[in-house]
Every structure is written in structure tokens, then in C-alpha cells.
Design a protein around this ligand. Sequence first.
Ligand SMILES: NC(=O)c1ccc[n+]([C@@H]2O[C@H](COP(=O)([O-])OP(=O)(O)OC[C@H]3O[C@@H](n4cnc5c(N)ncnc54)[C@H](OP(=O)(O)O)[C@@H]3O)[C@@H](O)[C@H]2O)c1
Length: 332
Amino acid sequence: MSKIFRALRITEDESGKFHRNIIERNIDDLPDGEVLIKIHYAALNFKDALSSTGNKGVTKNYPHTPGIDGAGVVVESKNNDFKEGDEVLVTSYDLGMNTDGAFAGYIRVPSAWVVKLPSGLSLKESMIIGTAGLTAGIGLYKLEMMGQSPDQGSVAVSGASGGVGSMAVGMLAKAGYQVIASSGKENADEFLKNLGASEVVDRDFINDDSSRPLIKPKWAGAIDTVGGNTLATLLKGCKPGGSVGSCGLVGSPNLSTTVFPFIINGINLLGLDSANFPMKERQKVWNKLASVWKLNNLESVATICTLDELDSYITGMLKGEVKGRVVVEMEL
Ligand SMILES: NC(=O)c1ccc[n+]([C@@H]2O[C@H](COP(=O)([O-])OP(=O)(O)OC[C@H]3O[C@@H](n4cnc5c(N)ncnc54)[C@H](OP(=O)(O)O)[C@@H]3O)[C@@H](O)[C@H]2O)c1
């Protein structure tokens, strides 16, 4: 086995500027961990885009290799749960944040982060889903834990054409929900309808600028990737008893609301954190992602690129231009 592999490496120069390069690395330089995995596919997430530009809220120390999602084959394992040749995936925990990530030929990680590839998914499909799909899945899982069901009415999804958003739209539709997909992209209508959205609306539909604490209910639940006034609107426009899952901040990390959605309408605000979602429940959600929630047209959500082509998608993601999921096919 060659010990040399290619990896995206982010470096910081003396003036504090960050640079992205593909370099050669040695397996011996990877961090400690029980499981060494040869990466076949990785996927791009918003956090990776931030880490790739030197965002110290995501990655404290550079040089660094981003990539919070990786899928591949076990090459070495010091843990009996995994053996050479097993197909596995790793999403989130600290992968790609302060641990060298999956935009590389190999990763070495603690066994507690590793999920066996669920039956019903290929390695490539698992990365089309990736952290974005897991997060959307956690959203649906938590909504349903609070009693959400399709007969209560539509579920709204913000940032719908993005990674989490598109997976949420497809998954909710597959689970039988009417989906209101909100997008700022003029050309996202067909893409979102093909995923199963029953209605595609402009971002302004979920951006109430009145100062009213409650507005006429327009959805029975929601999954929000935007934050800020979008999240505040989703709360005040939700039907009584509904739930709103919050996972993102592409619009703003702030939330200005009153308590009225909670104390008058009984709305539940649900936090969605995929990074530390417990392994037992994570496996349950992955099994649903591989079966009852698996999108019929999963491949249509993905753009496939090579490690060398990834740079332009990182730039596009930071501008909010990426549609669906970007999956990196590694050289084997
Ligand atoms: N909590 C978690 O565990 C978790 C996991 C994964 C991601 N996230 C977070 O979820 C968010 C989305 O991640 P992603 O991977 O889906 O990113 P993404 O693929 O870049 O999608 C974000 C989408 O949001 C919309 N958008 C972008 N800028 C906006 C703005 N200024 N105002 C309103 N909408 C805007 C765009 O969709 P439209 O053009 O269709 O509106 C864009 O495609 C990020 O904040 C990410 O950090 C959290």
C-alpha cells in the first residue's frame, strides 16, 4: 500500500491570508485513531467552505484538510467492530473541523465516529446524503417525535435548493408531506418540484417584516437552514402545535422573536445538531435515509466533481450559488 496520498490543504501565511492547494501527504502524518479509511467519496458542506477560507470558528489551527463527510473502505482497524474491507462512512463529529478531513485519499478517525454503510445505500449515495441529508433527517425525525404528521398540513423548508434544504424537500415529500420550498434562486423551480415540492416560493414569503408577534399560519411545521428573520417568521407563521427545526445560519445567526409563538400557539423550536447527534439515534436515522426516506431520484441532487475541481464549488457555496449536493469522487 502506498503511503502517499493527495489532499486539499489550507495554509495560513504570515500575513494571515489563507491558501488552498492540493498536496501530497503521508499516511503516517494523519492524526491518531483506531480506524484508517481509504476515501472513495467525500461531500462538500457549508462548514467545509468556511473551514477552507480560514474561518477559525470552524477550524482553529492551520494547515488543515477540510471535509466533514467521507465514505470509503476500512484499510486498518484496531477496533473489533470494524475490519479491513468494511464499507463505512463518517460524517461530522470533529472530522474536517480540527481533525484532518475527507478531502483526501485517507482519513484516520476514532471508531466511535464510524458508521457501517447501511444496506440500501452505495458509498456514493451515502455521500450524496452526507451531513446535509443526515441533518435534514434529524429534522424530520425530531419533528415526528413531536407528533408532526402529513395530515396536519404543509412543512416549509428554507434555503430549499441548498444541500440541507434539497435533502429536506425530497425526504419530506417521500415521507408523504406537502412541502413549501423557499428559494432565492430564480431557476430552482423545476429542481425543487422534481424533488417533490408542492409549492416553490420566494424567500420573501418567509421573511415577514411587520412587527406583529404572530401572523396568519401558513405551514404546519418547518426545517430552517437560514436563521435570522426567516426563522422568526417560521415561528410566528406556524400553525398551533407545530414544530420548527433550526439547523443553519446562512442568513444570520441571530434570532429576534417574542415568546408568543411558544405561549399562544404552543410552537416547538427544535435544535438540530448533526455533529454530536448520538450514535444510537444516528444509526436509526441512517437506516431511514437508506430506506423509507431515500429519495427516488437521489442522483439528481448531486453534482460530481474531482478533488482538483472542488475549489470552484467552495467559492460557489460561499456565494449561496450551489444547488443540491456536491460530491467529490476520489482517485482510487
Ligand atoms: N446544525 C447542523 O448540524 C448543520 C448541518 C449541516 C448544515 N448546517 C447549516 O445549515 C446551513 C445550510 O447548509 P448547506 O450545506 O445546505 O449550505 P448550502 O448548500 O450552501 O445551502 C444554503 C442555501 O441557503 C440559501 N441561502 C444562501 N444565502 C442565503 C441568505 N443570505 N439568505 C437566505 N438564504 C440564503 C440558498 O438557497 P436558496 O437559493 O434556495 O434560497 C443556499 O443554497 C448552513 O448554515 C450550515 O452551516 C447545519
